[in-house]
Ligand binder design. Structure first.
Ligand code: SAM
Length: 293
């Protein structure tokens, strides 16, 4: 049988054969459109010198297309009921390994070292993400120190908009900054909800993230930089000043330190967090690091 796993009839057949029922709590919306899958693989520019990590293979619809192009595929699936299904649907693809684990708890560095034959090859993350944990998964990869060259990931369109947002827009926030600090973010294409079973409530988007050769801005202390960017968006309709006091303290010493730092960075405290560019956040964070309280 040479039909793609993702065709609606083959998907139905597989689900029926294994008596599989969807778990909404695990974000299970399977893709049933081979053309969309091929477009995802094309966007990721995968060839036989690329290693791929997939999150949530489901019944293997995307995994199969990745296996056809990539050197090796390592897929993390949390649902134990899908492990025998994947062993069945992917048995002819010798370059796929499925790991039965919550990706958020996975030691990515260790597992890639152990499972890829050649760890010098470029590594890409390609996935139709479980939407209930899109942000934690993105952060898990970004903070892992894994040398991910590119991420091509499907998520709710609204989250894709937030990640790729420019300063001054409503969608811009600490998530945009956390991702854009490391990666260049581009919305690749929109996927209508009609190509999934079961259908989600919202449309999805494919986001293409390409690692920058260096972080987007120079910061003295990354942890403090991210703390600042989170703090600036905590109280959404308040000024930067109010958010800073809320996060760092309202005592005179702190106020004095913040005022000096804002002055050094040439940032008006009455502005709102969402108007600050990455370089302005970097300037403010660096000022806060270099001026002692
Ligand atoms: N890749 C398949 C496709 O495109 O049809 C399925 C995608 S479905 C949106 C998300 C998948 O992620 C499901 O198979 C679900 O069981 C799995 N999943 C959910 N939470 C997970 C986690 N924490 N770690 C690994 N996989 C998870």
């Amino acid at each position: 049988d040479t039909r793609d796993i993702a065709t609606p009839s083959k998907t139905k057949e597989i689900l029926h054969k294994h008596g599989f029922t969807f778990k909404k709590s695990l974000g299970q919306n399977f893709l049933t459109e081979p053309n969309v899958l091929r477009k995802i693989v094309a966007t990721a520019e995968i060839d036989d010198t690329t290693n791929v990590i997939e999150v949530g293979p489901g019944i293997g619809a995307l995994t199969e297309q990745l296996a056809k192009s990539a050197k090796e595929v390592l897929a993390f699936e949390i649902d134990d009921r899908l492990i025998p299904v994947l062993a069945d649907t992917l048995h002819e693809y010798k370059n796929v390994k499925v790991i039965h684990q919550d990706v958020l708890k996975a030691d990515l560095i260790k597992l890639t070292a152990e499972n890829f034959t050649d760890n010098t090859l470029p590594l890409k993350v390609v996935a139709n993400l479980p939407y209930y944990i899109t942000t934690p998964i993105m952060m898990h990869f970004l903070e892992s120190d894994l040398p991910v060259a590119e991420m091509v990931v499907m998520m709710q369109k609204e989250v894709a908009d937030r990640i790729s947002a420019e300063p001054g827009t409503k969608a811009y926030g600490s998530l945009s900054i956390a991702v854009q600090y490391f990666m260049e973010a581009k919305l690749a294409f929109i996927v209508p909800k009609t190509v999934f079973v079961p259908q989600p409530n919202v449309d999805s988007a494919i986001l293409k993230l390409t690692r920058r050769s260096e972080p987007a801005v120079d910061v003295i202390n990354e942890k403090e930089f991210f703390k600042l960017t989170k703090a600036a968006f905590q109280l959404r309709r308040k000024t930067l000043w109010n958010n800073l006091l809320h996060a760092y303290g309202k005592d005179d010493t702190t106020k004095n330190w913040l005022t000096k730092s804002l002055t050094q960075a040439a940032i008006d405290p009455k502005r709102r967090g969402e108007t600050l560019s990455l370089s302005e956040f970097a300037a403010l964070s660096n000022a806060m690091m270099s001026i002692s309280k």
